[in-house]
Design a binder for this molecule. Structure first.
Ligand SMILES: [Zn+2]
Length: 174
C-alpha cells in the first residue's frame, strides 16, 4: 500500500460509526455480459466497462471507500491499468473491504437501489445478497438490494444504461 494511503488511514479520527454513499453508471450495449451484484444475468445487452462493469458492486465499493474518506474505486483500481481489465468486481469488493478493515472499520449494513428497466432483478436478489454478504462477512439481511425502473424516462428508461446507488454504515472494529 502506498505511503500516502497509510498516512490517510492513520489520520482517520476513530468514531463508532462512519457513513458512506456511492453511485455508479454503465452503458448497456450488445455483445457484453450483464453482471449485477456478483451474478451474471441473462439479457440481450450487457454493461460496458473496463472491468466486468458490475454497477451495484461498484456503487457499494464507492460507498465503503467514501465512508472512510479513501477516495473511490477509480482511484484504487484505475481503468487505465490492464490489471483490472475485465476483472471480476467481487475482487474489487474484497479489496475495498480490506482497505476498510485496515482503517479500523467493518461493514454494518448496506442499503442499495439498482435502476434499470430489464431484466427484473427481484428473483435474483437473495443470491446477490448472499454473494455480497459472504465477501463482507456480514449476514445477508445486512445487505438490502432494491430495484426500480425509471418509468421509461431518460437513459434508464430507453435501456441505454443502468445506474446504482448505495449507502453503507461502517462500525468501528475496536
Ligand atoms: Zn462501474
Amino acid at each position: 500500500m502506498d505511503r500516502k494511503l497509510i498516512t490517510q488511514i492513520n489520520n482517520l479520527k476513530m468514531q463508532a460509526f462512519r457513513i458512506g454513499f456511492g453511485i455508479d453508471f454503465h452503458q448497456l450495449v450488445q455483445g457484453r455480459d450483464l453482471w449485477i451484484g456478483g451474478l451474471k444475468l441473462e439479457h440481450i445487452k450487457g454493461a460496458l466497462g473496463h472491468s466486468d462493469a458490475d454497477v451495484l458492486l461498484h456503487a457499494i465499493c464507492d460507498a465503503m471507500l467514501g465512508a472512510v474518506a479513501l477516495g473511490d474505486i477509480g482511484f484504487h483500481f484505475p481503468d487505465t491499468d490492464d490489471a483490472y481489465k475485465n476483472i471480476d468486481s467481487k475482487i474489487l469488493l474484497q479489496k475495498s473491504n480490506e482497505l476498510v478493515n485496515k482503517a479500523g472499520y467493518q461493514v454494518g449494513n448496506i442499503d442499495s437501489t439498482v435502476c434499470l428497466e430489464l431484466p427484473r432483478l427481484k428473483p435474483h436478489v437473495p443470491r446477490m445478497q448472499k454473494i455480497i454478504a459472504t465477501i463482507l462477512s456480514v449476514e445477508p439481511n445486512a445487505v438490502s438490494i432494491k430495484a426500480t425502473t425509471s418509468e421509461k424516462m431518460g437513459f434508464v428508461g430507453r435501456e441505454e444504461g443502468i445506474a446504482a446507488y448505495a449507502t453503507v454504515l461502517l462500525t468501528s472494529i475496536q
